[in-house]
Every structure is written in C-alpha cells, then in structure tokens.
Design a protein around this ligand. Structure first.
Ligand code: PLP
Length: 456
C-alpha cells in the first residue's frame, strides 16, 4: 500500500531533503535510509513493501488501543465538523470540560484541576511553572530548585530538558541546571553487593532527603519523578521508594510531581500508577501519550486542590497563572481522548493488561537463559532486555550495539523493537493477545540468537 499514492522513492526523497526528524543524527542528515510506514491496524504496522511488523514499542509508548480504529476516526471527524477549534482563553466547549471532569474522576484524591497541554514536555513545563507560580504567590520566591534523577527523561522543551537526567545531546544543547539538582541512579541492579532491596530503598530515599537538607528546604520547590524510569532503561525503583520520597517531600514542603507520561492510561494496568501501583497521591501528575492512544497530540497536568485552593478565590483579584497554549484543551484532541477512554472502559483494557502482563513478564524473563542477555526487567506491559556487558575495550563497544543489532534482526522477522545502547525496550499496544505476545518473544529470542552468533 502506498502512502497517499506517492512512490516510496518520492517520499524518501522529500523526507531526506525537507523533514528534520526529532533526535536527528547529523551524520546521516539528508541521507537517512528510513523505512516508510504505510499503514497500521491493531498492533501491526505495515511498511512500504507491505511487510507486517508487530509494534513492539507501541509507537513511542503511546498506541494503547492499537491503530486504525473506525470509532476513533468517527469521533474525531464528528468533532471536526461540530467545532474544530475554540479559544481556550475566554470561552468553554464540551470536550475539554467533559474530559477534565473525567480525568479528575480517574485521578487519585484531590487531583481535580486539569491543565491541558500539547504533549508530555509541555505538561512537565506547566507543572514546573505552576510550582514557580505557587511559591511566588506564597511569598517564597527562592523555593524553586527542582530535584530530578539521573537517567530521568522529562521532555525536550528547554525547561523539561533541564530537569531531564539523561545526558544524551547535552554536549551540544544547552540546558539550565542552575536550579536543578540530579539525584544518583536508583537502579537496584547497581546496589553494592550484599545490600538488601530494603536498604537500597532507604538509601535512595535518603539521597533525596540529604539533597533537600544540603540545598536548603527553603530553596527546593519540587521533586519530579517518573514512577518507573522509562526511556532511562525501564528502571523500576525498589518497593516503597515513591512512598518514602513522598513523605520526605511533605516533611520539607516540597511539591511532588509524578511524571506519568508513560505509566498513565493503562501501561501498568491502571489509569494512573501513582496511586494504584505506588500508593502515593502526588501534588501534580503529568500525562500525555496514552491519553489519546497517539491518535492526536494532547497532554495534561493534573494539579491537586491542596496547592490550588490556597492561591485561588475572590481574594486573588488581578492574579493570573500566565501560562497557556493556543491548543490548550483543543476540542478535537479532547474528543479523541474521551473516545479513547470510553473504548478502554467498555473493552476492559485495564483489566486485560492486569490479566495478560504476568504472561508478558514470564516470556520476557524466560530470555535470561540466552547467554547474550544480561538482565530482563519489566512491569505491566513494559519490558527491557539488556545485553551482557562483558568488559571494556572492543567487546564493550559491541555490547553497546546490542539493541541496534537485535532491532535489525527483529525487523527482518516482523517485529519492531526500541533499541537503546545495550537494551531493547518493549511497550506494545495494550490490546496485545497471548498469541501475539508469543509471536513477539519468539522473534526476539531468534534475533538474540542470531546476533549472538555474529558477536565474536
Ligand atoms: N515525560 C516522560 C516520562 C516521557 O517519557 C516523555 C516522552 O517520552 C515526555 C515526558 C515528553 O513527552 P512528549 O514527547 O509528548 O513531549
């Protein structure tokens, strides 16, 4: 099937000549040989040659209900014909109002105030800007430092990139670290030999408390954390970590921002992982991606009554939270999100994730018997296979290509994976069935074996 009837060669030429891709490698700029995705349905993407590939990473962690749903297309088209845009500043419309109520109902406790954004990065920006606003309004203008973590990914705008702990590209793109403090890696795998997980958890919570004390509680405004470090390599913190961090935040009056851009909307079997998986009620939750299952761009920052009530009301005349986007609460994107949530409810997709994820994890962990595999880890429908780091020098360099090499082999056999250095990451559409999970891991195992044969 040809995309919009142009030849693959024309698409590739235009793509190379005019389209500057996100995270573009400048070495191959203008001459990349990208596969062209032509169409998609369910969990499958079809390339320009008609090859069918399982969408292992779920797009970019976002294609929860799968591709090509007629009911999504109808809901989007209906809204386009009814009201394709409205100014979010001084008028209201049905889709964002109903979606805001729905999100408040689905979110834990007092997270009842929904600020719509264009995606995850702008949701994180909004959370940080709200923290600035909150502390300025409370007369504590110095309480602005954000504590984040090594390997965290929070986005690509200047502010969200500044609180991102992953260092990719930092050599060439500036960020503002002046009011950012990064905590060390929480990965339980790197804990000292013999240390229990409980002790590791206590040590990691202490890292946060020590940082707040060292920086001075009067200067620390927020702690931001993904429930699991997703793009940082699917790092799952030890049990009790988030709860411990939440208690520390409360103790020092530091806002807790839970970045659920990946974990929200069913990825871990719940609408939001903060409460249902990690037992915390954050001050703010950021979400995007699965909110519309990737059908249209939309993000949201949910803000707790606890930090809205003290600075809102008739006595706040002339005060404005001066933050917003032309497309905040875009009616078509909100209509898509509402339909997406309705589908997830009526088709019991969260229940399906809870039911099927033990099997997904069993198949994932069964790969540990492959000599090339150093670690497997996962939770819900997120998984990571890490190649074995064998040492230094050339063998280490080869290990770093594990992800790319496995990806290459998988794609030849009909599976897309997300390669990251010595890791392959999976977050398939949540509608994946047991048979499709088998297909996925059968291909992956075969690909790992083929790569193993090629490694010296
Ligand atoms: N936060 C997290 C945890 C993410 O994984 C991402 C994107 O992968 C973002 C924020 C940024 O979201 P977006 O790419 O929609 O701006």
């Amino acid at each position: 099937m040809k995309a919009h009837n142009r030849s693959s060669q024309t698409i590739r030429d235009y793509d190379n000549k005019y389209y500057m891709h996100p995270w573009e490698g400048m070495d191959s700029f203008g001459q990349a040989d990208r596969t062209i995705s032509a169409s998609a349905e369910g969990i499958y993407v079809y390339d320009e040659h008609g090859n069918r590939l399982i969408d292992g990473p779920g797009g970019m962690w976002c294609t929860q209900i799968g591709y090509g749903r007629r009911d999504m297309a109808d809901a989007i088209a209906d809204q386009v014909m009814r009201l394709s845009y409205h100014s979010p500043w001084n008028t209201a419309s049905e889709p964002p109002a109903v979606l805001a109520k729905k999100l408040a109902d689905l979110a834990p406790g007092g997270l009842n105030n929904v600020f719509f954004t264009t995606g995850g990065s702008t949701a994180v920006d909004t959370a940080i800007r709200y923290m600035h606003f909150y502390n300025n309004r409370l007369g504590r203008p110095n309480k602005k430092t954000v504590i984040s973590r090594d390997k965290a990914y929070h986005g690509s705008t200047f502010l969200s990139a500044s609180v991102t702990g992953r260092d990719r590209g930092k050599n060439f793109l500036d960020v503002d670290r002046e009011r950012v403090h990064l905590l060390p890696d929480v990965n339980p795998l790197i804990r000292p030999e013999g240390m229990s997980l409980d002790d590791w958890c206590a040590a990691k919570v202490k890292d946060l408390e020590d940082a707040i004390v060292a920086l001075g509680p009067d200067s620390v405004g927020a702690f931001i954390a993904e429930p699991i470090l997703a793009s940082g390599g699917v790092i799952i913190p030890p049990n009790g970590y988030h709860k411990g961090c939440m208690e520390v935040c409360r103790k020092y009056d530091v806002l807790y921002i839970s970045d659920e851009v990946v974990t929200g909307f069913g990825r871990l079997g719940h609408w939001f992982a903060s409460k249902d998986v990690f037992d915390i009620e954050p001050d703010m939750i950021t979400c995007a991606k699965g909110l519309t299952s990737g059908y249209l761009p939309l993000g949201a920052c949910l803000i707790n009554d606890r930090i809205v009530d003290p600075i809102s009301g008739p006595d706040q005349e002339g005060v404005m939270f001066n933050n917003g986007y032309t497309y905040s609460g875009h009616p078509v994107a909100c209509a898509a999100a509402l339909k997406n949530i309705e589908i997830m409810e009526t088709e019991k997709i969260l229940e399906h994730v809870r039911e099927i994820s033990p099997y997904f994890l069993e198949r994932l962990h069964s790969l540990r018997d492959e000599p090339m595999v150093g670690d497997t880890r996962g939770i819900g429908l997120v998984g990571c296979v890490q190649g074995k780091v064998t040492g230094d020098g050339d063998s280490y360099a080869l290990d770093q290509q594990f992800g790319a090499k496995v990806d290459e082999k998988c794609e030849e056999m009909g599976l897309i994976v997300r390669p990251m250095a010595n890791m392959c990451v999976f977050s398939p559409p949540l509608i994946i069935t047991k048979t499709q999970i088998d297909d996925m891991f059968d291909i992956l195992r075969e690909a790992i074996r083929q790569v193993a044969r090629e490694f010296p």
